[in-house]
Design a protein around this ligand. Structure first.
Ligand SMILES: [Zn+2]
Length: 587
């Protein structure tokens, strides 16, 4: 993973920054003894199992196993690549990076290439929109109320009529066809060959928080169906992971301490250009947990604006429960039939739109009103259906006081006994079809390792002086677990070269093979470890590891002896028996 940037520079950076500061810039950390904890940003959970050690400058999640140093955190959380994470932290630390030679095309990371291809495509589409041939498209945008400055800011573009204009453009820049296809910009023809995915459409580049183009949305200029087509998922574009416009609106969202969420590109652009800057578009009817978590970095308050004739109304409403689970406050504005934010603002102006937002209704009240309009709250069946659906939402509140308060309100509204509702509340888990139900935490990669081996690693990492002692007694190969053996040999090498063995720097040497999980987990082993009689602890570990080794050797010899007996290989049998006996004596 490192390679290009010298080790000592990486170490220098890690020594100057504080991982607690880096992580708390992204999520709220709470002190827990000598460590900090939080709900893990990498898997969904309700009780915190994500730990940060200021002492060791690493983090580890006991729920999903994700762990590492500050570089790794930025890579995972901000979706940076290693060199980017190094650059970001170097800037923070005031460390000057040596000039790194420009990489050749082949050596370049595939991900970087995707960004480049998208960038080329976005520029190409934007230039198309500026050409003389694009009068129709320009007029169309003007008619839709899109200002020239917005066209520039959001880099709107035009995919021309032809079947291969983009493809020809990218090919002329030596972009391999296979990559253009993987980036989702062309489709394969039945009889062989490719054609442009987007033709005769207005192009909306989808840009991530760092203003890199990750994909495209494309809208027809007339009434052709489908109205919108989008990039397929690629290594840099996953639907529901982005919030359109957040790169422009994040500061305003932080300042205003709330975010307005709309659905589509134009629903975002039109209010934004009229001055409503704390807005993002979900680019999908239902909100995803990722999107909620991204927003949570900037605010805990969201107002969802959507059109009331939305077919997926209930699905959308259910998806909002995710905000409750994330302990965010969610309110809803529904526009009158036939209006979306885009058309509403064009017709009535931004003022009335802001008024609607100011008067947004809380999720509980809003959802209850919807449910009452769908089911008769005077009939038993209706009451049951309404309370089922409402309890699904109420159960998501972490705060027991809030839960009981909403149950009290619901009982009153439906004119039913509160204890009946309380009883139902216990039964209601997550119904099938619930957005929340699909939120299984990332399966933790279970590590089946001899505890003695793990303990030794923990001890070595706590006190590097111990490494020399252990090195005299054991060989890396004595550790049965391949991963532990790798870590041990790395530790031994460090010690031999007289290098400082700090956990945070050690992690720079690991890729994705699960080594950092072992190392980081050991850092958070209970503190009693350091109080115990260390010599005895080490002796016990060494003994157990050696015993394990002898046991395995015995098993192996036993099988080999059997085989030698079967094949009547007397010479071999004699040698093996001798070996077996001497092993028994050793014990
Ligand atoms: Zn986790």
């Amino acid at each position: 993973m490192p390679g290009l940037i010298p080790e000592n520079i990486l170490e220098d950076i890690l020594n100057r920054i504080d991982i607690v500061e880096v992580i708390s810039g992204c999520l709220p950390l709470k002190r827990a003894g000598r460590n900090f904890k939080a709900c893990c940003p990498f898997h969904h959970e309700k009780t915190p199992s994500f730990m940060v050690s200021p002492e060791r400058q690493i983090y580890h999640c006991f729920g999903c196993g994700e762990s590492g140093n500050a570089f790794r955190f930025l890579m995972r959380h901000e979706r940076m690549e290693f060199p980017e994470a190094v650059e970001a932290l170097a800037r923070k630390a005031g460390v000057v990076l040596p000039q790194i030679k420009a990489q050749d095309h082949k050596g370049e990371n595939l991900i970087t290439q995707f960004y480049k291809i998208n960038e080329l495509a976005a520029s190409f589409y934007a230039a198309n929109l500026n050409s003389a041939a694009a009068v129709n498209a320009k007029n169309y945008l003007l008619k839709r109320g899109i200002k020239e400055e917005s066209v520039k800011l959001f880099r709107l573009g035009l995919a021309a009529h032809g079947w291969d204009t983009l493809m020809a453009h990218l090919r002329a820049k030596n972009v391999p066809l296979s990559l253009i296809e993987k980036a989702g910009l062309v489709l394969s023809k039945q009889g062989g060959g490719f054609y442009d995915r987007f033709r005769n459409r207005i192009i909306f580049p989808v840009v991530d928080i760092k203003s890199r183009v990750v994909g495209f949305g494309a809208r027809v200029l007339d009434e052709t169906q489908p109205k919108y087509i989008n990039s397929p998922e690629t290594p840099i574009y996953t639907k529901g992971r982005n919030l359109y416009g957040l790169n422009f609106s994040k500061e305003s969202i932080r300042e205003n301490d709330f975010a307005v969420i709309v659905e589509g590109y134009l629903d975002f652009i039109v209010p934004y250009q009229e001055g409503l800057k704390n807005i993002v578009a979900s680019l999908g009817t239902a909100l995803t947990p990722e999107q909620a978590r991204i927003l949570k970095r900037y605010t805990r308050n969201v107002v969802m604006v959507y059109d009331a004739d939305n077919a997926g109304q209930l699905a959308m409403l259910r998806s909002l429960d995710i905000f409750i689970e994330e302990e965010m406050e969610v309110k809803i504005v529904s526009l009158s039939l036939g209006f979306d934010p885009d058309s509403f603002v064009r017709k009535y102006g931004i003022g009335p739109f802001r008024e609607k937002i100011a008067k947004a209704q809380g999720l509980f009240d809003y959802k209850l009103a919807i449910m009452k309009s769908r089911h008769n709250p005077k009939e038993a069946q209706g009451k049951a259906r309404i309370s089922q659906e409402m309890l699904g939402t109420i159960n998501k509140f972490k705060d027991a006081v809030l839960r009981s308060e909403y149950i009290r309100q619901l009982a009153q509204e439906l004119d039913i006994r509160e204890d009946a509702l309380l009883e139902e509340a216990k039964k209601v888990r997550k119904f099938p079809g619930y957005a929340g139900a699909n939120l299984r935490p990332n399966a933790k990669k279970e590590l089946n390792i001899n505890p003695a081996e793990k303990l030794l690693i923990a001890l070595m990492l706590r006190e590097s002086e111990l490494i020399h002692y252990i090195r005299e007694r054991l060989d890396p190969a004595d550790f049965m677990d391949e991963k532990i053996s790798k870590i041990v040999s790395l530790c031994f090498n460090f010690a031999e070269e007289g290098k400082d063995l700090s956990t945070k720097s050690l992690l720079n040497y690991f890729g994705d093979e699960g080594l950092s999980q072992i190392v980081c987990e050991s850092v958070f082993l209970p503190d009693e470890l350091s109080q115990q009689n260390k010599e005895k602890l080490i002796e016990d570990c060494l003994c157990r590891i050696q015993e394990e080794k002898i046991k395995l050797t015995r098993q192996r010899l036993h099988e080999e002896i059997k085989r030698a007996q079967d094949s009547k290989d007397e010479q071999r049998l004699e040698r093996l028996t001798e070996e077996f006996n001497s092993l028994l004596k050793k014990r």
